[in-house]
Design a protein around this ligand. Structure first.
Ligand code: URP
Ligand code: ZN
Ligand code: ZN
Length: 460
């Protein structure tokens, strides 16, 4: 055996038990109450949970956007994620105008190659639908891209219309792919942005006021209706508010397969952050925007009940100095997005498990197992079982921490969680059967991550 993990407590969505784990050639080869055989390395997990490594289904590394480029690349972004217990990401490859799906995928593979420190996959965001592109979907699925994002917002840039969404849904459903939807009403938002700027309302908080919860709820409801017409399941990304959640719940209660993720920022931060002094509110400019605190409890309720199935980060970092300040005079020029890839597990464990909103089993389900199941990575990833990849987070529930930009590893000059104090953090992180992070020290190597061809997805 290459590694033996001794004395840990294994947690999956259904299990909680003490056992040793044997790892060989990147795989879990044995799980037993006591493994007596030797191993090249023994990792003591006394007092720690052994979670399947976190899987983040929503990241934007090295992404050109709004006249800038997200500040983490596949090296800094995956190193930061590994420090926080994440061992696999699925990033968004964004189709440029006139680009084929193959060109899009190859461009993003080139960004990750030689840099990623753990395994990764890609969704493709279809932003320029033509007949040719529609017909390329089955080939992209064969190459392991089994989910596609569509934007109902960012008019004039990434947004597609309802007819295009309908066609993508039908083709993806036939081809074994899941459609992910950024649900905000781009037409109304576009008008509201221009109207606010014309009134000289240019401060960061107007970003939030130009994109009310109703714009998200309307687009969510429309997406559900179009999906029902196409007979295809959908996955709503970065759901931020109660009104949109109600649309998801209504569809699920009718038995229609609508899935949705939320993100730590929508569970912890709020509209009040936009009112921080000076230009500080720009740190939180993301879409959908942060909402009133009254949305927190319904979102936690949705996570506990199963109406929300996944917690991702939507990690899309831009430096406060030099990037966010592009919009100093006009909120609509602030690059949309915020960092979070490093802190997801710690934040959700502290806010969710320590505060008794969700069980530790549900925590694992939300940050690892269901993402793997919904997106064609299971059971190689998302569980702790013989035959699965040895991607593991040994998590010490008693370890206290304070989040600070200067001690984080993300390549960005701020964190929206500056000064946040919590309990529960990774002690050791293992990916592909190798120790990647130990006691805060990175022991991996850029380029050791592999592109993962995901399996087709059939939810209907
Ligand atoms: O503000 C955000 N969310 N930026 C990233 C792009 C997206 O919409 O996911
Ligand atoms: Zn989005
Ligand atoms: Zn995103």
């Amino acid at each position: 055996m290459d590694i033996k993990i001794a004395n840990g407590r294994i947690i999956t969505p259904t299990d909680n038990y003490r056992a040793d784990i044997g790892i060989r050639k990147g795989k879990i080869v044995e799980i037993a109450k006591r493994i007596s055989g030797g191993a090249k390395e023994v990792v003591d997990a006394t007092g720690a949970y052994v979670f399947p490594g976190g899987i983040d289904m929503h990241t934007h590394l090295d992404m050109p956007f709004m006249g800038s480029s997200s500040s983490d690349d596949f090296e800094t972004g995956t190193i930061a994620a590994a420090h926080g217990g994440t061992t696999c990401i699925v990033d968004f490859a964004i189709q440029g105008k006139g680009q084929s799906l193959k060109q899009t995928l190859n461009a993003w593979k080139a960004k990750a190659r030689g840099k990623a420190v753990f395994d990764y996959g890609f969704h493709i965001a279809i932003c320029d639908l033509t007949h040719k592109v529609l017909n390329e979907i089955p080939q992209a699925v064969a190459e392991g891209v089994t989910s596609f994002k569509t934007f109902l917002a960012y008019k004039g840039a990434l947004m597609i219309d309802d007819g295009a969404l309908f066609q993508i849904l039908r083709q993806c459903n036939k081809s074994g792919a899941l459609v992910m939807i950024h649900a905000e009403n781009g037409d109304v938002i576009d008008f509201m942005v221009k109207d606010l700027i014309a009134q000289k309302k240019t401060a960061p908080k107007y970003h939030a006021l130009s994109r009310p919860a109703a714009a998200e709820a309307e687009a969510t409801s429309r997406a559900v209706a179009i999906a029902e017409m196409a007979g295809a399941p959908i996955y709503i990304v970065h759901l931020s508010c109660k009104d949109a959640l109600e649309k998801v719940k209504e569809a699920r209660d009718r038995g229609f397969p609508v899935f949705a993720e939320t993100c730590p920022q929508y569970l912890i931060l709020s509209y009040k952050n936009y009112e921080e002094p000076g230009f500080n509110g720009a740190k939180y400019v993301m879409s959908p925007p942060l909402r009133d605190r009254s949305n927190h409890a319904p979102l936690w309720q949705g996570l506990a009940s199963g109406d929300l199935q996944v917690i991702s980060t939507d990690h899309c970092p831009f430096n406060f100095k030099g990037q966010k300040d592009l919009g100093k005079k006009d909120f609509s020029q602030i690059p949309n997005g915020a960092p979070g890839i490093e802190n997801r597990l710690c934040l959700i464990y502290n806010e969710g498990v320590n505060k008794k909103r969700i069980s530790v089993n549900r925590f694992v389900d939300l940050v690892s197992t269901t993402p793997a199941k919904l997106f064609g990575l299971y059971p190689e990833k998302g569980t702790v079982a013989v035959g699965s990849d040895a991607d593991l987070a040994l998590f010490d529930p008693k370890k206290s921490y304070t989040i600070r930009a200067k001690t984080n590893h993300q390549n960005v000059d701020y964190t929206p969680y500056e000064g946040y104090k919590g309990k529960g953090a990774p002690r050791v992180v293992i990916a592909q059967g190798r120790v990647l992070v130990k006691d805060g020290k990175f022991l991996g190597r850029p380029g050791q991550g592999r592109y993962i061809k995901r399996k087709p997805i059939r939810l209907i």
